[in-house]
Design a protein around this ligand. Structure first.
Ligand code: ADE
Length: 418
């Protein structure tokens, strides 16, 4: 078996982590048991470009249990858990191409390694695998049956490919399932972003002014959790409806320039480029902390910050100090990459259970319906979405009511009024 990882000797620690995460992934476990018995993915080559974490390991093991051959590379150079990668190779026979801290060239070589196995299913978190496939290996890409996409940024890229008429195979937007983005983006990003900031800096959040850029599901999760920890939260948002929602949720909303003057800690979660740039750094207080929770490392204009500083030094493992010419210091966390995965462990397993159950069931669904799918971006079918929520409630031991026949009739009728 082919692989490229940091150190196979780390496998024993990785295995324990995979098992620990698995305890919180009970929906995925039930899917795995069914897959083991029925082998719905038999003989399917799956190329996956995901964060190589203990949660992803549980997904890869589930896909293999369903009969698939899995080739895994990282969707971010900093998020790989090297011990998990080692255990996947040694204990589970899964080909992994990922090393924590790999440079840009190695990152893309690893994507190439996965593509060279000619997968017929692709799984992405940010669309780097599928876009490389389209750009460099069009003929091979045409033979792919289906792809899936885990995150908002990736779905945006894929919808743009569909609109331009260049998408070569159908893709399921796992991110857009309710049982994914209402939970993973909000509770997962919310908690793990603060976890990353705390692990990187050990700063107290209570009493600090924390500025959140973007009030999508991720921004909402970060804001409400930070408020719960005693921060004074300011939201910066360009969409009037979302900005109004933030106001009604009790947050201060203001322009980015005003927020730049007021903030102690800045977090970007927008999916867009240069959200924090020179004009903001110009206004920040001494010792401002900036970090990113959006998919790519483009939200903070790091080249601008570099050009403004007299020195750049590493202070702690995930903290770099930029000393500006007027003496002010700006601290950048995790090189501007996803702080929750660079400095912490990403979303907790309990919530990745929902996201990765969507992945597993979407692949199963797409393979058995591949003849009916066109070169488009599809939502996860509604029945899969609600079944995952039902199973999660069941694993949590929570029972919910059902409508009575009378209530069903009432909802279906238009004749009953005042
Ligand atoms: N994305 C965010 N958190 C993650 C995790 N723990 N594993 C895989 N992908 C993630």
């Amino acid at each position: 078996m082919d692989y490229d990882i940091t150190d196979i000797e780390l496998a024993s620690s990785g295995r324990k982590r995979i098992e620990w995460a698995g305890l919180e992934m009970r929906v995925l476990e039930s899917i795995r048991k069914r897959f083991e018995a029925t082998k719905p993915l038999k003989g399917t080559r799956i190329g996956a470009c995901l964060h190589v974490t203990s949660e992803t390991a549980n997904l890869a093991i589930t896909l293999k249990a369903g009969g698939a051959e899995v080739f895994l590379c990282a969707s971010n150079p900093l998020s790989t858990q090297d011990d998990v990668a080692a255990s996947l190779v040694r204990d589970f026979g899964i080909s992994v191409f990922a090393r924590k801290g790999e440079d840009g060239e190695t990152y893309y070589q690893h994507i190439e390694s996965v593509l060279s196995r000619e997968p017929v299913v692709t799984m992405d978190d940010g669309a780097d695998l599928i876009t490389t496939f389209h750009r460099k290996y069009e003929e091979r890409a045409k033979r792919v049956l289906v792809g899936t996409e885990e995150t908002t940024t990736g779905v945006i890229r894929l919808k743009s490919m569909e609109k331009m008429g260049v998408l070569l195979y159908p893709v399921i937007a796992v991110n857009d399932a309710y049982s994914k983005h209402l939970f993973d983006n909000r509770y997962g990003t919310g908690q793990s972003t603060l976890d990353g900031i705390i692990r990187a800096t050990n700063l107290l959040l209570a009493g600090r002014v924390l500025v959140v850029f973007g009030y999508g599901m991720c921004g909402k999760g970060i804001s409400s959790r930070a408020k719960g920890m005693g921060s004074n939260v300011i939201v910066v948002e360009v969409d009037s409806l979302k900005a109004l929602e933030a106001v009604m949720d009790g947050f201060e909303v203001m322009s980015s320039l005003e927020a730049a003057r007021r903030g102690d800690i800045f977090i970007t979660a927008t999916g867009d480029k240069h959200v924090i740039r020179r004009e903001h750094f110009d206004l920040m207080k001494d010792r401002a902390v900036v970090c990113n929770s959006g998919h790519f490392d483009v939200e903070i204009d790091i080249p601008a910050l570099e050009s403004m500083c007299e020195s750049r030094i590493r202070i702690r493992e995930h903290v770099e100090e930029f000393r500006l010419s007027d003496g002010r210091r700006v601290y950048l966390l995790g090189e501007g990459r996803l702080v929750n995965l660079a400095a912490a462990e990403g979303h907790p397993a309990c919530v990745m259970d929902l996201s990765f159950s969507n992945q597993a069931l979407s692949v199963e669904y797409a393979l058995s319906n591949s003849n009916d799918l066109e070169r488009k971006v599809y939502r996860v079918p509604a029945d899969i979405d609600s079944e995952i929520a039902r199973l999660k409630l069941e694993t949590l031991g929570i029972e919910i009511d059902q409508l009575t026949p009378e209530q069903k009739d009432y909802l279906e009728s238009w004749t009953l009024g005042t």
